[in-house]
Write a protein that binds this ligand. Structure first.
Ligand code: ADP
Length: 376
């Protein structure tokens, strides 16, 4: 078995977006060769990967052939051709997270069924194949596959909303009365070592239904913290998971903690770890899939992360406004993902603000939201 520092060792990533790009930043320190497969020749990883293959991660042959060229294969997007991964695994290829896990997680319906089977707390649900089966309101409808960043999820308040309901196979979930949205990033390596990052709190942009601010640490009771860690641990154990798993949770108004969904990869809710924790989620993912000891996950300082979303109504070649003002501030790090074009609410980058107190970091984040704009 090759070692990751052998000159011909290759870690392959399916997907060349910002998550892959931030993984490459960490791979440089350990001198890990990264090969990337992505369908876009100007994706965020294209110019940075040690080797880049242009092609679709949905296509069996493309994924299979790419997998043959690397020693360990991982992902930065779950919606990939899992049949090709299962075939590669049968031939002895090391693939983390395991393809069996991806089969379940990339389908929101199978994911909910998995929680029910394993007694993992999650909202009540029903699987449907056509919108004629929707009879109760209010209800949350989620496309089983292909949705992301809030696209493919909608609340149907009453029968009047049936016009906008999806016709495709979907999950109907009870509408949870949410007090807070939390996330636990948990890592496990093949040796079975498990480490969790401190729990964070997410605030959503109401128009786009995607994360706008992240606060670390979450302001929650010890009891909620304990329940959240326990749930994350239950999911990782039930899946026999290897890699980083982002466990998105709802804290309900009644103080219950429910699993919303999980992502089998590095996640937007862990970006602050680059500046605010001893080990970033990207380094942790690499350590996990390369079967190395996991790093310390303690928070060095409170942090706020602000997603840089394309301004509504601007489409085309990106122009950033306010970069110099933001760079002049203390404790602030800008991450631009290298996407040439912006569109409404596209994730173009993020900013992390570290400070002695969470309150301070929040004040600065609110200022930055006003001064830094993503336009075209
Ligand atoms: P995505 O995979 O696109 O991020 P999610 O399933 O995480 O989709 O849903 C996006 C957001 O929609 C959640 O973060 C939450 O704000 C809201 N949401 C999802 N499910 C429910 C639910 N059952 N009850 C209330 N709100 C929900």
């Amino acid at each position: 078995m090759k070692n990751f520092y052998d000159s011909d060792f290759k870690l392959g990533i399916l997907g060349g977006g910002q998550l892959g790009r931030m993984l490459i930043q960490e791979a440089i320190n350990l001198d890990v060769h990264i090969s990337v497969l992505d369908p876009s020749e100007n994706c965020p990883c294209a110019e940075l990967a040690n080797s880049f293959t242009l092609g679709s991660f949905h296509d069996y042959e493309t994924v299979y052939n790419f997998g043959r060229t690397v020693d360990v294969l991982t992902i930065e997007i779950e919606n990939v051709n899992t049949d090709a991964l299962l075939a590669l695994q049968r031939e002895g290829k090391t693939i983390y997270p395991k393809p069996e896990n991806l089969v379940i997680i990339k389908d929101k319906g199978l994911q909910k069924a998995f929680y029910a089977e394993h007694g993992i707390a999650s909202s009540d649900f029903k699987l449907i194949t056509a919108k004629s089966e929707i009879t109760e309101f209010p209800i949350v409808q989620k496309l089983r596959t292909g949705g992301y960043d809030g696209r493919g999820v909608q609340v149907l308040k009453s029968a009047e909303d049936l016009d906008k309901a999806f016709e495709e196979p979907s999950v109907l979930e009870s509408l949870v009365d949410i007090e807070k949205e939390l996330s636990v990033i948990i890592a496990r390596n093949p040796a079975g070592e498990v480490k969790t990052f401190p729990i964070v709190e997410l605030e959503f942009n109401p128009q786009a239904n995607l994360v706008e601010f992240l606060f670390a640490p979450a302001v929650i009771s010890d009891e909620v913290e304990k329940k959240s860690f326990a749930l994350a641990q239950e999911v990782v154990t039930a899946l026999d998971f290897v890699g980083i798993l982002a466990v998105e949770l709802f804290l309900t108004k009644d103080g219950e903690v429910l699993v919303n969904e999980v992502a089998p990869r590095t996640h937007n809710s862990g970006h602050h770890t680059i500046e605010s924790c001893h080990t970033s989620q990207f380094e942790q993912h690499m350590r996990a899939v390369l079967d190395l000891p996991l790093g310390n996950t303690e928070l060095i300082s409170p942090a706020v992360m602000l997603n840089l979303l394309g301004e509504e109504g601007f489409t085309g070649a990106v122009k950033y406004e306010g970069i110099a003002e933001v760079l002049a501030r203390k404790g602030v790090t800008i991450h631009l993902y290298g996407k040439a074009d912006t569109k409404s609410y596209r994730k173009m980058g993020h900013v992390t603000i570290v400070s002695d107190t969470l309150e301070d970091a929040k004040d600065v984040a609110l200022q930055i939201k006003k001064e830094l704009k993503v336009k075209a």
